[in-house]
Design a protein around this ligand. Structure first.
Ligand code: R5P
Length: 260
């Protein structure tokens, strides 16, 4: 791996593991619950995030440039929840990513989606530019409503992302997840998905890292929790310290939350 790419990846992955805080939802969902005021949501969580995944708009308006958190800059978009989600283009140039001192850029691919080819070419375009400048590209395997989130499908999507040059792949946890990781030659991290009870989300993180995930890129299950700081600390304990779900749940505020 080129030194610049390697250095940027190591800013994101501490000892090969990462707790990435995803706060990019607004790029197609608008003011998502819990993210109506991004600065208010993000600021208390920053000390516990290995990296922050977000758009340039939220980065510029809602994160102090003095903060050392590595940035994974969302660089694909152009659609909304009102339209066909796979119809994405590249929204943020590699020059902009360098200017914003990003540690990686993120792009969604929609394997099996209506605009599959377009999104795979978005990834390829960013990889071509990124490799020239030493910027790693993280591929997000977005799943259309019609797709089954099983190991066969997610394994296909992750492998294609890696083959096209993604340095990190973000996907969803599924049964037989070890097969997804086993077929993907770059680190795989998981999205949290829609909000579920805290303990369930911690179990998801635990199962994923136990089966080979390099960590999480988690959003709603942290910032929509009744105890966002406790939740990100609990996720960190699982990803970085090898804690069990019971041990991690003790970091949540109060016995009620720990039982949730
Ligand atoms: C979705 O496309 C966004 O990229 C989110 O960053 C991603 O889904 C992770 O967030 P969550 O844990 O809320 O699913």
């Amino acid at each position: 791996m080129d030194w610049g790419v390697s250095n940027r990846v190591s800013r994101i992955m501490r000892g090969g593991r990462t707790v990435m805080l995803a706060v990019d939802h607004g790029y197609f969902q608008g003011p998502t619950t819990g993210l109506e005021n991004p600065r208010k949501t993000i600021t208390p969580l920053l000390p516990y995030a290995d990296s922050l995944m977000l758009t340039r708009g939220v980065l510029r308006t809602s994160v102090d440039p003095e903060h050392p958190v590595p940035v994974v800059l969302r660089a694909s978009g152009g659609t909304s929840i009102l339209k066909e989600l796979s119809d994405e283009g590249v929204t943020t140039s590699m020059d902009e990513a360098v200017r914003l001192n990003a540690s990686a850029v993120a792009v969604s691919i929609f394997v099996g989606g209506e605009k599959e080819r377009q999104t795979l070419l978005n990834l390829s375009e960013l990889v071509n530019e990124g490799e020239r400048l030493g910027m790693p590209v993280l591929a997000v395997t977005a799943v259309g409503r019609e797709m089954e989130r099983d190991a066969r499908y997610l394994g296909l999507a992750c492998r294609i992302a890696a083959e096209l040059g993604a340095r990190i792949v973000k996907t969803y946890y599924c049964q037989d997840f070890e097969k997804v990781v086993g077929g993907c030659p770059v680190p795989v991290i998981i999205a949290g998905g829609k909000k579920v009870p805290e303990r369930e989300a911690l179990q998801l993180a635990y199962s994923a890292v136990s089966k080979g995930a390099a960590g999480v890129d988690m959003g709603r299950n942290i910032f929509q929790s009744s105890d966002p700081v406790g939740m990100i600390r609990a996720v960190r304990a699982i990803v970085h310290d090898g804690s069990t779900v019971d041990e991690a749940a003790k970091l949540l505020a109060g016995p009620k939350a720990a039982r949730a």
